[in-house]
Design a protein around this ligand. Structure first.
Ligand code: IMP
Ligand code: MG
Length: 176
């Protein structure tokens, strides 16, 4: 059997750009005067965050964190290992946690709890892609780019075994 490869384009470059601009307008309106801390989740959220911040004509602080990717059996315990933490002090700040995709929700729920323990003013979440049917936690996602069905996707930050993050669009992975 050949190695899995990117197949059908699910979200084209133009559609990504248009939706990211819309999200930017919404987020800029909601955070106009709060100087939020936008926290991107490495590595997958990098292209999304890079495009999103350029659609935010507001004062903000940008930071990143990197979490260990466990299977959901481990993350469901409510713990997540932070491999690289943010350096900004989020106490009293409005935090917007940005990730590429939410699936079961365990990762974002755990990261949200970690940040909430640091006494920020608020923590909200933003994802480019939402596999809503797969959710196993009751986390609220405040900003969603696209709801998608349960297919494995790559590109625009999303990887399969470390590959394909650099595609400019989101494609369905073939051969899995
Ligand atoms: P969750 O904790 O189940 O919500 O998992 C979210 C994480 O799983 C994401 O941050 C991705 O790293 C990974 N993931 C889930 N679905 C996909 C996919 O379709 N393509 C690539 N990565 C995915
Ligand atoms: Mg990820």
């Amino acid at each position: 059997m050949p190695a899995p490869r990117p197949g059908r384009v699910l979200v084209a470059e133009e559609a990504l750009a248009a939706r990211v601009a819309e999200l930017g307008r919404e987020i800029a309106r909601d955070y106009a005067r709060s100087n939020p801390v936008l926290v991107g989740v490495l590595l997958g959220a990098v292209p999304f965050v890079a495009d999103l911040v350029r659609e935010l004509p507001i004062d903000l602080t940008l930071d990143f964190l990197r979490a260990a990717s466990y299977g959901s059996a481990t993350t469901s315990s409510g713990t997540v290992q932070i491999l690289t933490d943010v350096t900004v002090d989020v106490a009293g700040r409005d935090v917007l946690l940005v990730d590429d995709i939410v699936d079961t929700g365990f990762t974002l729920a755990a990261l949200k709890r970690v940040l909430e323990a640091r006494r920020p003013r608020s923590v909200r979440t933003c994802v480019l892609l939402d596999k809503a049917d797969r959710r196993e936690t009751d986390i609220t996602i405040d900003y969603v780019g696209f709801k998608i069905t349960n297919v494995f996707v790559v590109g625009y930050g999303l990887d399969y075994g470390g590959l394909y993050r650099n595609l400019p669009h989101v494609a369905v992975l073939d051969g899995v």
